[in-house]
Design a protein around this ligand. Structure first.
Ligand code: IPE
Ligand code: IPE
Ligand code: MG
Length: 246
C-alpha cells in the first residue's frame, strides 16, 4: 500500500467505494414517497457501474443497506429488501455478459434463506469474470465485520491452529469480508452528509474522501468523472513526504 516517495502516483483509483445517500430527500423534494427515491436510486447504481467500468476502476463497492438501516419503518426495510431481490434477478445476466464479478459483503444471518441463496448464486455465476468487481454491501456494518473477523481468529487460536503472536494486519485484513480486495482509494458520498456511517472503516484507512452535493438518484457519469478528477488532483502521502516533482 505504501508508495516510495517520488514514485508517480496512480491517477485512477483501483477501488472506489460509494455511500449512495439521499434517495429519500430526492423523493420528498418531488412530493413522492421515499420508495420512489430508492427505485430511482437503482438507475443511478447502473450508471455508476457503467462509469466505473469505463474509467478502468477495478473494484466498485456500493453501500446499499447498512446494519443500522433496520431501524427504519418496517415497510421501508421490506421495500429495500425487495429492491435488492429485483435488482439481482433483473441485472445479473447483463452484468455477467459485461464481465462483472459480483461480491456481496455483510452479515447473512438476518436475511431470509431465499435471499441468501440468490446472492450466493449471483456470486457463483460471475466469480470467474475478469472485468469490474462489483461489491454490494448489504446488511453491512464495518464494526460488526471487524467483530466477526476477531471472533474467527479467536476460534482459530482456541482450536490451536493460530498462534496469538501471528495475528497481524495481514491476518486481520484476510479475515474481513473484503479479504482479497485492495484497500479503498476513493470514497464518494452523495446526499451532502460528511460522515462514514459505519462503512469500510478498516479498508478506508488511507482513502481520499469526496462529498458530492447531490442526491443519489441524480448521480451520473459526469458526477463520477468529477470525483475522479478531484482524486487525481490529491497528493497521497501515506504518512510520507510530498512526492517530488521531476
Ligand atoms: C440512501 O438514501 C439509501 C439507503 C440508506 C438505503 P436514504 O434513504 O438514506 O435517503 P435520505 O438520506 O433519507 O435522503
Ligand atoms: C448510509 O446512509 C447507508 C447507506 C447508504 C446504505 P444512511 O442514510 O443510513 O446514513 P446516516 O443515517 O445518514 O448516517
Ligand atoms: Mg440517508
Amino acid at each position: 500500500m505504501t508508495l516510495p516517495s517520488g514514485h508517480p502516483q496512480p491517477k485512477c483509483p483501483r477501488h472506489v467505494a460509494i455511500i449512495m445517500d439521499g434517495n429519500g430527500r430526492w423523493a420528498e423534494a418531488r412530493g413522492l414517497p421515499r420508495s420512489a427515491g430508492h427505485k430511482a436510486g437503482i438507475d443511478a447504481l447502473r450508471r455508476a457501474v457503467r462509469a466505473a467500468s469505463a474509467a478502468g476502476v477495478e473494484v466498485l463497492s456500493l453501500y446499499s443497506f447498512s446494519t443500522e438501516n433496520w431501524r427504519r419503518p418496517k415497510a421501508e426495510v421490506a421495500f429495500l429488501l425487495s429492491l435488492l431481490r429485483r435488482f439481482i434477478r433483473q441485472d445479473v445476466a447483463d452484468l455477467h455478459a459485461e464481465g462483472v464479478r459480483i461480491r456481496v459483503i455483510g452479515a447473512r444471518d438476518d436475511l431470509e434463506p431465499s435471499l441468501v441463496r440468490l446472492l450466493a448464486e449471483a456470486e457463483q455465476l460471475t466469480k470467474a469474470n475478469t472485468g469490474l468487481t462489483l461489491v454490494i454491501a448489504f446488511n453491512y456494518g464495518s464494526q460488526q465485520e471487524l467483530a466477526r473477523a476477531a471472533r474467527k481468529l479467536a476460534e482459530q487460536v482456541a482450536a490451536g491452529t493460530l498462534a496469538p503472536q501471528d495475528i497481524d494486519m495481514a491476518r486481520l485484513g484476510a479475515a474481513l469480508d473484503t479479504s482479497d480486495l485492495p484497500m479503498v482509494d476513493l470514497l464518494i458520498r452523495t446526499g451532502g452528509e460528511q460522515r462514514i456511517s459505519n462503512f469500510l472503516l478498516w479498508q478506508c484507512a488511507y482513502a481520499e474522501f469526496v462529498f458530492l452535493n447531490l442526491f443519489w438518484p441524480d448521480f451520473d457519469a459526469a458526477a463520477f468523472d468529477k470525483a475522479l478528477a478531484d482524486f487525481a488532483g490529491r497528493d497521497r502521502r501515506f504518512g510520507g513526504l510530498k512526492a517530488r516533482s521531476a
